[in-house]
Design a protein around this ligand. Structure first.
Ligand SMILES: [Zn+2]
Length: 377
């Protein structure tokens, strides 16, 4: 990877327009071994500066894990993108000393995001730029809120819904809970030059989608605006059907040669765990196979979401039919959070997670006998 990042500030660049309300916040390098996001941002910022471009919106470019980026490691002691739970933030931002480098990074980044949210009225659009250890075409991950769906409809890319149910404490889930648009862009393989170029393209596309710059202006700039690849011309939406989570001390080796989105069959051998074969529990497409040492998701399997389901769930949510769920046996409202439900899976056994997804909720398992569902919209 060329262009080593030697010197870096938390705020890489900002352009504030006092008349604008739309505010775009790009974050690069929340994983320190993924510099493509920051390098892509640099390219866009350079063009904005050289061409003296005025944006019809506020634009912020932020750096994620400063320490890890400079050392070219994913993180020093904990993954900065797994710390964003309310309990953690409360603890970290009020304690006198930090227990790790990542706690310090979180406190700074949290402060920075808060300042932005307090300075502008919104709408706010957050874009978190990443790369993967396996080869991949670019794709987007979102929490399945109607606002997010609406914004991603501007892009021709595979869209993966609901990964946040499988991850504890990613930054975007925290942002989503304030009701802002938040999407993750995965630009390609960590070391590929193409990943930097894809980030640059996606940033320009986002600026156009958010209407802070016109497509016409960009076309005159001679910058990259090519369209990305999709997997299917009918529908770009996929859901996570399975996650393989690594245990502590597990010797996990992904079978070599998988490219993200390769089609796999049920029972196909995908990896070895402590020398034993790991087989696919369902058929579908392999998603984010792990080809690096750090990280605890071995792989995911994704399957396509039908247009029928997308339309049905959108109608149900617009009609605000989710109130119906609260009167069912085994379901009760969280008195502290009007957007959340406690569910006893034994009593409400007839309700599957799929139904809650349809109504726009995401699942969080509290204990074996209690599920917690939080509304995404
Ligand atoms: Zn990442």
């Amino acid at each position: 990877m060329p262009n080593a990042i030697l010197e870096l500030n938390r705020i890489i660049y900002q352009q504030i327009n006092p008349e604008a309300t739309t505010t775009l916040i790009f974050i690069g390098g929340i994983h320190g071994n993924e510099p493509a996001g920051i390098l892509g941002l640099h390219r866009v910022i350079e063009t904005i500066r050289n061409r003296d471009l005025t944006l019809h919106g506020n634009f912020y470019a932020l750096a994620g894990n400063l320490n890890a980026i400079q050392k070219n490691i994913r993180y020093e002691s904990t993954d900065l993108n797994r710390l964003w739970t309310h309990e953690n933030i409360q603890k970290i931002t009020t304690q006198a000393t930090f227990n790790s480098q990542e706690e310090k990074e979180l406190a700074e980044l949290h402060q920075c995001i808060n300042d932005i949210l307090n300075t502008h009225s919104g709408p706010f659009i957050f874009i978190d730029l990443h790369t993967t250890s396996a080869d991949t075409i670019p794709f987007v991950t979102i929490s399945d809120s109607l606002k997010n769906r609406d914004f991603v409809s501007n892009f021709q890319l595979p869209i993966i819904l609901g990964i946040e149910e499988y991850l504890e404490g990613p930054l975007l889930t925290y942002i989503n809970e304030f009701g802002h648009v938040a999407l993750g862009f995965e630009a390609g393989q960590h070391e590929e030059m193409q990943a930097i170029e894809n980030c640059e393209t996606f940033i320009w596309q986002t600026l156009v989608a958010a209407k802070v710059i016109s497509k016409k202006t960009i076309e005159q700039l001679d910058v990259r605006l090519e369209t990305f690849q999709t997997l299917d011309s009918n529908s770009n939406f996929y859901q996570i059907s399975h996650r393989y989570q690594l245990e502590k001390e597990e010797n996990f080796i992904m079978k070599p040669g998988f490219v993200n989105f390769d089609t796999i069959q049920k029972s196909e051998v995908l990896a070895t765990s402590n020398s034993e074969a790991v087989k696919a529990s369902v058929g579908g497409k392999i998603f984010m196979p792990l080809y690096q040492k750090q990280g605890d998701d071995g792989f995911f399997i994704i399957t396509k979401i039908s247009m029928f389901w997308l339309k049905l769930s959108s109608s149900i949510r617009k009609l605000r039919l989710h109130h119906v769920l609260r009167i069912l046996p085994g379901v009760r409202k969280d008195k502290l959070n009007s957007n959340a439900l406690f569910v006893n899976p034994k009593i409400a056994a007839f309700l599957t997670t799929k139904i809650f997804h349809l109504f726009g909720y995401r699942k969080k398992v509290l204990k074996a006998n209690q599920w917690y569902f939080i509304k995404r919209d």
